[in-house]
Design a protein around this ligand. Structure first.
Ligand code: PEP
Ligand code: MN
Length: 264
């Protein structure tokens, strides 16, 4: 079902009037993690003012270590839903287990499956039983075929609203956190009809590379971008401050992107 052979035309996912996979570029921006109502409200305001369409923020964080900050949980979903509504933005948040799919779907417009859960088949099956759009991140060691098979689980369950997200893979290089596989964008478009989103924040792990890799992703045909932005990156509660743009960088980026492709 993910294959272009099966479905020659591009899938366009319409969420409350925002079309993902159509001719316009969708930009999702926000912090790695929802931290407080004030934080997410202020960042939502900045995302909207810059011209973004979707507010990102994790309430449940898949941390490498068990002693790291794990996210604020359901309260974070509420904080983000409120900020999204107030500022007229769609919202996207990560869901990590099948049990939390329903509550996340009640609060967010798009559910994100993180790189560490790309092959969490119980989670994928559960996401196939609802209609909420899913942004499926590529596993950091997954081939294109494994990635598309993961999407297939969701589609096969009956949810056609899947976007594929390239977020970098693990290579021998240590300068960058991951290696953003730009070729994945045209390859996935060739193999599949699903929208392709690029995540240069996790793909590089370095703020100073995010802008260039956003533009490169658009040149490679990305339908959208998901970008971390924080008002105080140095004090963010996850380790992702170093890859988060400052608000003015985010605003400048969107101005530049508008020259490359119309924003939604
Ligand atoms: C995130 O988006 O903050 C995140 C944890 O992403 P990934 O699953 O790609 O590491
Ligand atoms: Mn992050």
């Amino acid at each position: 079902l993910a294959s272009r052979d099966f479905h020659p035309d591009n899938t366009v996912i319409n969420i409350k009037g925002v079309e993902i996979g159509g001719r316009e570029l969708v930009v999702m921006g926000g912090p790695c993690a929802v931290e407080s109502p004030e934080q997410i409200d202020e960042i939502a305001r900045l995302v909207k003012a810059a011209g973004g369409q979707v507010l990102r923020g994790g309430a449940f964080k898949p941390r490498t270590g068990p002693y790291s900050f794990q996210g604020v949980g359901v309260e974070g979903l509420e904080m983000m839903a409120e900020a999204g509504k107030k500022h007229g933005l769609l919202t996207i948040t990560e869901v990590m287990t099948p049990e939390y799919v329903d509550v996340c779907a009640e609060h967010a417009d798009i559910l994100q499956v993180g790189t560490r859960n790309m092959q969490n088949f119980d989670l994928l099956r559960k996401l196939g039983t609802i209609q909420t759009p899913v942004l499926l991140k590529r596993g950091f060691s997954a081939t294109y075929d494994e990635f598309l098979n993961a999407a297939e689980y969701i589609l096969a369950g009956g949810n056609p609203n899947v976007m594929l997200c390239e977020r970098g893979i693990r290579t021998f290089e240590t300068y960058t956190r991951n290696t953003l596989d730009l070729a994945a964008i045209p390859v996935l478009h060739q193999l599949s009809h699903l929208p392709v989103i690029s995540d240069p924040s996790h793909g590089t792990g370095r703020r100073e590379l995010v802008e260039t890799m956003c533009k490169a992703s658009v040149a490679a045909g990305a339908d959208g971008l998901i970008v971390e932005m924080h008002t105080d990156p140095d004090n963010s509660m996850t380790g992702d401050g170093v890859q988060s743009l400052f608000p003015d960088q985010f605003a400048n980026l969107l101005q530049d992107l508008e020259k490359l492709a119309p924003l939604c």
